[in-house]
Design a protein. Structure first.
Length: 141
């Protein structure tokens, strides 16, 4: 093989990894979710917030690939943020992670914000549950 032959060699077929998905994560107890940030930083780029008003400031500027939120936290709560996101006509999925076993939030989302893609998962959960939901929500992103 001479130097000219190298020009005709196709590039490596090694698959390139897609860039990490941008996730805005809101929970007033971030320590409970640290395993997500540590275990999946190669797949997800997390912007973490403990206050709904701070998260809203970010969501007002740029759309993430997914918004993950708890319902109860300081500042604008999950109910208020979902209403604001519906008014903004966002198209990205919203994953609500809550310790409340009341279906009222899901009913509210379906009736009041039918155009939003909201999925609710109940605490406690394991990392595989969240990753499975995130994968399903972001397929095709």
């Amino acid at each position: 093989m001479n130097a000219d032959d190298h020009e005709n060699v196709p590039p490596s077929a090694t698959p390139t990894r897609p860039p990490p998905l941008k996730l805005v994560f809101l929970d007033d107890e971030l320590a409970n979710s640290e395993f997500l940030f540590e275990g999946f930083s190669d797949r997800f780029q997390f912007q973490k917030f403990t206050n709904g008003d701070q998260a809203w400031a970010e969501l007002s500027k740029a759309d993430p690939d997914v918004f993950i939120t708890d319902i109860a936290h300081p500042g604008a709560d999950g109910w208020e943020l979902v209403k604001r996101l519906a008014a903004k006509n966002v198209t990205y999925p919203i994953l609500v992670v809550t310790g409340y076993h009341d279906p009222a939030f899901e009913v509210f989302c379906k009736r009041q914000c039918p155009n939003l893609k909201v999925t609710v998962i109940t605490k406690p959960f394991v990392a595989a549950d969240i990753v499975k939901r995130l994968t399903a929500l972001t397929e095709g992103s």
